[in-house]
Design a protein around this ligand. Sequence first.
Ligand code: UD1
Ligand code: CA
Length: 457
Amino acid sequence: MEQYISIILAAGKGTRMKSRLPKVLHKVCGRPMLAHVIRAASEAGVPKNIVIIGHEAETVRQTIGPEVEWVYQSEQLGTGHAVMQAEPLLADFEGQVLVLCGDIPLITPNTLTQLMQTHTSSGNAVTVLTALMDDPTGYGRIVRGTKGRVHDIVEHKDASAAQLKINEINTGIYCFEGRKLFAGLQKITHANAQGEYYLTDVLSILKKNRGIIGAVQVRDPDETMGINDRVQLAKAEKILLQRVLKQLMIDGVTIINPQNTYIEAGVVIGPDSIVYPGTIIEGKCVLGDNCLIGPYTRLKDVSTGDNVTIQNSVVLESSVRDNVTIGPFAYIRPGTVLGDGVKVGDFVEIKKSVIGKGSKVPHLSYVGDAQIGERVNVGAGTITCNYDGSKKSLTIIGNQAFIGSNTNLVAPVEVGADAVIGAGSTVTKSVPEGALCVERSKQMIYLGWTARKNKEK
Ligand code: UD1
Ligand code: CA
C-alpha cells in the first residue's frame, strides 16, 4: 500500500456529553473512544497516526500515551482548520492522508482498508466514506451529479431544501492525496453558516482543479456513528459488546447468555471455556482454556491458566495458575498469585498474597500479605492479623503446614514447614518446622452442672 498517515480530529469539547472528562476519553467496552479509532487505523496498516487535540489536551495525551503524534489546536475553528494544524509535521510527506474523527469508536479496520484501497487504486484526489441514513439530520450531504459522481459536500446548515432531502451523508472519514489536501486547505474560508473552516470545502476546490472525488459507501452505518451524548454512547457500547461476545464465541468460548454478560474489548479467553450469566470481565484479562467462569463473577486484570473454575466471586489484578477453583463468594484482591491446583472456597478474602501449589483455603478466612507454601491447609475461620493499626506485616507459612480452624496469625509471624497449629490458637510467635503449636486456655468440665442449676430454680 502506498504510504499512508492518519490525522484524527479530537480537539472538540463534546458539550453534549455534559462531562468533565473529554468526550473522546469516554470508554466503550472499557477502552476510550479515541483508542478504538487509533487501533482501527493501526490495524488497517497505517504506520503513523497524528491526533489533533485542543479541549483538555493534556488529559487526552496522558491517557492515550506516546503511541501517536500529538498536535495542539488552540482554538477550534473548524475541521479544515484542525487538519491544517498537522501540516508542519508533514513538510516532506508525499503520501496519502486518512482523516478520521476521535468519536467514531465503531469504525473497523476492514472498512478503512477498503476505503484506502479504493483511494489508492483509483488515483482519486479524495475518496470520501459515505453512509445512507434514514435520518440524515445534522450531517453533511453528499451531492452527486447526473452521472453519479460526487460534486460536493454541503453541510446541513448550509444546505438548500432539495439538498436536505439527500440521505447519503458524509461520515467525516476520507482519504486525501496529501499534497493536494494541504494546497486545498490554503484556499478555504469561513464564509458559511457556522463561520468555521470546513474540511469539506476542500472537495470542491480539488474538483475545480480537475481532481476526482471518489466515494465508498459503508455497508453498516453503525460503524461511522459519531458519539455526541450518553444515549449514543450506550448504543455504541451495546453494538461493540455484541461484536466482542460474537468474536469470543467464534473463537470457541461458550457464552451461555450473551444478553447479560459484559466482556470488554481486548479480553482473551481460551477455547472450551464457559462463561455463565451475570459475569463481567474487564481490563487486561487473559483466561486459559476450559475454564468455568461465573455465574455472577467479576474479573478485572486477571490472568488464569487452564481448567480454572471461578464462581460468584470478585477477582482483581491477580494471577491464577492451572486447575484453581475459586468461590463461590470469594474476594481476591490485587497482587494475589494462586499456584497450580489451589482451592479458595466460600467467604474467603485474599489480599496481596502468594499461595503455593495445591494449598487450600476452603472457608471463611482472611489472608492478607501472606506467603503460603505448597500443600498447606488453612482451616475455616483462619485470619491473618496483618495490620496493627499503623503498618501491614507479613505472614509466612511453610510447605505442608496445617493451620487449625479459627487460628489468628498475628503478623509478622512465620509458621515452619510441616508445623501444625491447634484450632483456635492466636499465634504471636513464630512456630518452628514440624512443631505443634496450641495456644488456648484449658478446657474445664463440671459434671452434673445442668441438673444442679435446674434444682436451684
Ligand atoms: C463534520 C462534517 C460533516 C459530517 C460530520 C460527520 C465538516 C465541515 N463537516 O461535521 O460533513 O457529516 O462531520 O460526523 O467537516 N474538530 C476539531 N477541531 C475543530 C473542529 C472539529 O478537532 O476545530 C473535531 C471535533 O472534535 C470532532 C470532529 O472534528 O471530533 C468533527 O467536528 P464537528 O464540529 O463535530 O463536525 P460536524 O459538524 O459533525
Ligand atoms: Ca460543527
